[in-house]
Design a binder for this molecule. Sequence first.
Ligand code: ARG
Length: 594
Amino acid sequence: MKDFSQQLSEAQADIFTALGIDTAFSVVTRSNRPDLGEFQSNGALQAANATGRQPREIAEAAAARWSATEIAERPEIAGPGFLNFTITAEALAARAEAIADDPRAGATFIETPRTVVIDHGGPNVAKGMHVGHLRSSIIGYSLKRLFRFRGDVVFGDVHLGDWGLQMGLLIIALADELGGLDAARLMPRPAQLTLEDLEAIYPAAAARARDEPAFRLRAREATAKLQSSSEPHRTIWQTLRKVSLETLQRDFSLLGVDFDLWLGESDADPLIPEMITELERLDLLEDSEGARVIRVAKPGETHKKKLADGSVIDIEVPSPLIVVSSEGSSMYGTTDLATILLRARNLEPDLYLYVVDQRQAEHFEQVFRAASRAGFAPYSALEHIGFGTMNGADGRPFKTRAGGVLKLRDLIHQAEDAVRARLRADKLGATFSAQEFEGVAHKVAIAAIKFADLANFRSTSYVFDLDRFTSFEGRSGPYLLYQAVRIKSILTKAREQRAELGPVNIGHDTERALVLVLDAFDGVLVRAYEKRAPHLIADHAYTLAQQFSTFYSHCPVLREHGAVRASRLTLVSAVLAQLERSLDLLGIEIPERM
Ligand code: ARG
């Protein structure tokens, strides 16, 4: 189903062809001057520029031919030759009916479906999920839904951090705690070990490794042992991973994010030996201070760096990717490189999206360049979808009052508390059973968190403000849920009154404005898809909900009768379908009632 801008562009292309003008200039877009027209084209000016003809004369000739179309009135000519279009009431009605009838609410499919892997979530074993993982989970999940909805085959992979130095650190910290590295002592009681225990052990171990070189060395050696399948390292690691994974899966399901693949860094490990052989064959590995690296900077890609002694040297940027550390172990980049090989073999993706904190940009640049030099995947198929941080009031990445990272579970519980208080204050859900009330509070809390995260372009950092996130007014998840539930109840009441939907008739300006918003949906999805930008969908949902409120305050629905009521019910049902779809693409669930 084509939107107005496509329909108008095509109609104008026919006219331009008849006038002997290149159709490249025929594009018609939404007007940024709605007072002049709903859609506009500067094609006459572009064509004039290209041909040396008079813009006004081209515009007049084009406008004169417009009588043939039913989409728009004959365009007005403004200034030097802009064409401004106003959609006819008939075309608006037809478009609204088509959207109401369409199970996709007006959204098209992409022409050539691709296979896409979305690497998101990325929590680490033994470290509780923090707000960085929260952003990655939410943004990646929305992109997954959007790509799938547009027609791609998509795999969301959690890419668990389960193979790096943190595993070695944990193993030796645990060994010290238990008085020796003895798997047998640990293994009969894995059920007693919780993620909380691990979360308590890990930060202390990480701090110790920073201060004590000997401890750090032990951790690196333990990492190397684990990676070479030594016991008891391997068995201990398996337990740690299992304990973490169970909790993480619970956390993700609380957040309403799921994955198609629960793989981790360790799953790429079996491919590392042959990967290294291949890198050697290609002569890509170089020795560097005991480590083996791939250089990825192009000649001249350097950065000046000042050393402690005041001298300045040129360093390569991006710096080389470490493939084998000086202890012989795999690094973060090693598993990422091998994971590309693994995914290429198992899934043959056309596109790899890595939804990870912007601060890892250099890491991904290293990995992508290395992967393309090695021929594992073309550089153009690898994309880092970076995002900014969720900050505290001080403008720095959010910390709890105690100075720690905010755990995902705690964040969700805080949001639920805030939502319960608001529901009670607004006397919402007063008649619900305790169970239903809790269910609604949970859905609203998740909507608050997800919408706040998706409401801005992903690279923008935002300030954690639970009060604003959970507000039922303004640009918030709870506001949108409330609107969706309210709109749904109009249709439920209509059914109870046996009021039927019927042909649309545009009688009021607010109906016109509403259909123009509905019409924009497909373009929004296309742009959100191309820019990997779910915030455009969030924007659309909010604009739609607001435009609906304006319409509804001028155009009663159930109080009307006959053809007017039937027409408005069709508009209401198109709005509900699109709002539900938009929220679904953001990964937000709507409660039955509120
Ligand atoms: N575990 C990593 C972290 O916490 C994120 C993983 C992102 N994905 C990847 N393929 N490197 O920073």
